[in-house]
Design a protein around this ligand. Structure first.
Ligand code: ZN
Length: 253
């Protein structure tokens, strides 16, 4: 079955039909979803959602695009939320240098580090968002020295992937690996060890080829599974089985 290791069903794009979409997942071969927070408020929503569906789990954390207003007391709020048994990871956290008006790199690195340290303190894995920030991501991870995490929607080179894999990190693949011109992700998908890769949607964002322009959901993951099977030269059942096992191992389920 398929485990979606990164979704945002809290997003307003699901406000009209959230319950219907979620209720349809188990009968469509989806066995689990990790719904990731990106602010304190959305993290709270994720915890509530996870408590209403047995197959949904929550990650709580503050996304690099939102760390500009983060305060020390927010770490306490995340720590308190993480006591809930459906909270199985800290995330999504990381570095995003794509936008000129984002928080300063030093501030982003500070909160990234603090949140990885929180994951270590709580003995939880973490979910990393890294965009145009490969070198600094590796630097922060090395400084903390805790590597029980996943690089979500990985967009770096094969060389960077190899460094992260050596550290012990997992790599997440979603819709972007199906895009024709995404040679880097396809190359990484070919070489990643079978016990270190996960499936993800990042829905409602990044729908796979064939569904572009639409709202993404876990229901489109079979297209990503097909692409990975093609790239790795195996059947789709193998991709489903390996990614389900890998996700459960990382999340301690
Ligand atoms: Zn995300």
């Amino acid at each position: 079955m398929i485990f979606d290791s990164h979704a945002h069903y809290n997003d307003h794009q699901f406000s009209e039909d959230r319950e219907a979409v979620l209720a349809s997942l188990p009968q469509n071969n989806i066995c689990g979803v990790l719904n990731c927070g990106d602010t304190i408020e959305s993290s709270r929503f994720c915890v509530d959602l996870a408590n209403r569906y047995p197959f949904i789990y929550a990650a709580v954390g503050v996304h690099p695009e939102s760390v500009g207003e983060m305060k020390e007391s927010d770490l306490d709020a995340l720590r308190a939320m993480a006591k809930d048994k459906k909270v199985v990871a800290i995330g999504e956290i990381g570095l995003d240098y794509h936008y000129d008006d984002g928080a300063a790199p030093e501030m982003q690195k500070y909160w990234f580090k603090k949140q990885i340290e929180l994951a270590r303190e709580l003995n939880l894995p973490f979910v990393v968002h890294a965009r145009d920030a490969c070198a600094d991501t590796i630097e922060v991870l090395s400084e903390v020295g805790y590597f029980r995490g996943v690089m979500h929607c990985f967009s770096g080179s094969r060389e960077t992937a190899e460094i992260l894999l050596k550290m012990g990190m997992y790599i997440g693949f979603g819709g972007t690996v199906t895009y024709k011109n995404n040679k880097k992700a396809k190359e990484v998908a070919r070489i990643v060890p079978s016990n270190r890769y996960l499936l993800e949607t990042d829905c409602p964002y990044l729908p796979p080829d064939g569904h572009r322009g639409k709202r993404n959901s876990s229901l489109y993951l079979p297209r990503v599974v097909e692409e990975l099977a093609l790239l790795r030269g195996c059947d789709t059942q193998t991709i489903e089985k390996e990614t389900e096992e890998n996700t459960k191992r990382l999340l301690g389920l």
